[in-house]
Design a protein around this ligand. Structure first.
Ligand code: PGA
Length: 249
């Protein structure tokens, strides 16, 4: 059986000092395990501290929340994928709805970032998800599949086979509303079918995570839904004990 994936997206929370304290508590509550995959995405400025705190825990992957698509240059305030790799990240979050909708990043930028991640030796968690008006218009699957296909358009089939996808309905992020397990299953199935078309000749084992207001109360029922291979958790991952509880679901 595929291992479930639990990913913590801290967003713009927990600077270096807080990261040190958080991870000390978290590691006390989360002993090493090999039956699940864990990923933690701190802010870029906390990556090095997080990497040091996790140096004896290679069961936990460190990720970067955002990268620029160029390797270096005059991009004030940005972080390049090779720098994130150097700081200890092995995976990049790409296409998060806050990048798409707060920072105006479209499909083309998402595609370039996915390619830049692989070029730097990072794998990718590619986020996709519809806005409430798109769901109301019954265009959820069309939107999600467009984002998915665009996001992977610059990757080789072998690279696509290494990504994870996170389905995060925009209306569920940080709102306390979640998709029902049935809704999640329907979208995850559509994503899986589309991936199989792209990587037709491979035995695909791409984890498809659900994200959006996951809590310790709803984690088990969402994870039990068919086609849900893991959870991407924002707000509820900011408390180390709560996150340890969710990651043990
Ligand atoms: P949330 O965020 O769990 O706070 O809804 C999830 C995410 O944006 O990845």
């Amino acid at each position: 059986m595929k291992k479930p994936v639990f990913a913590a997206n801290w967003k713009m929370n927990l600077g270096p000092q807080e990261t040190r304290e958080y991870l000390k508590t978290f590691l006390e509550h989360f002993p090493r395990t090999d039956d699940r995959t864990l990923m933690i995405f701190p802010p870029a400025i906390s990556l090095v501290v997080a990497g040091f705190a996790l140096r004896e825990r290679n069961d936990i992957m460190l990720g970067v929340q955002n990268i620029h698509w160029e390797e270096k240059g005059a991009f004030t305030g940005e972080n390049a994928a090779p720098m994130a790799r150097d700081a200890g990240a092995t995976v990049a979050l790409v296409g998060h709805s806050e990048r798409r909708h707060t920072f105006g990043e479209g499909d083309e930028i998402t595609a370039k970032k996915c390619a830049a991640a692989f070029k730097a030796g990072l794998t990718v968690v590619l986020c996709v998800g519809e806005k409430i008006e798109e769901r109301d218009r019954n265009t959820t699957q069309a939107v999600v599949l467009r984002q998915l296909k665009a996001g992977i358009s610059r990757l080789t089939p072998a690279q696509v086979a290494q990504i994870a996808v996170a389905y995060e309905p925009v209306w569920a992020i940080g709102t306390g509303r979640t998709a029902t397990p049935d809704d999640a299953t329907a979208v995850h199935s559509a994503i899986r079918r589309a991936l199989k078309e792209v990587v037709a000749h491979r035995n695909l084992d791409i984890p498809i995570l659900y994200g959006g207001s996951v809590s310790k109360d709803n984690a088990a029922s969402l994870l039990a839904a068919p086609e849900v291979d893991g959870l991407l958790v924002g707000g509820a991952s900011l408390d180390p004990e709560t996150w340890a509880t969710i990651a043990r679901t």
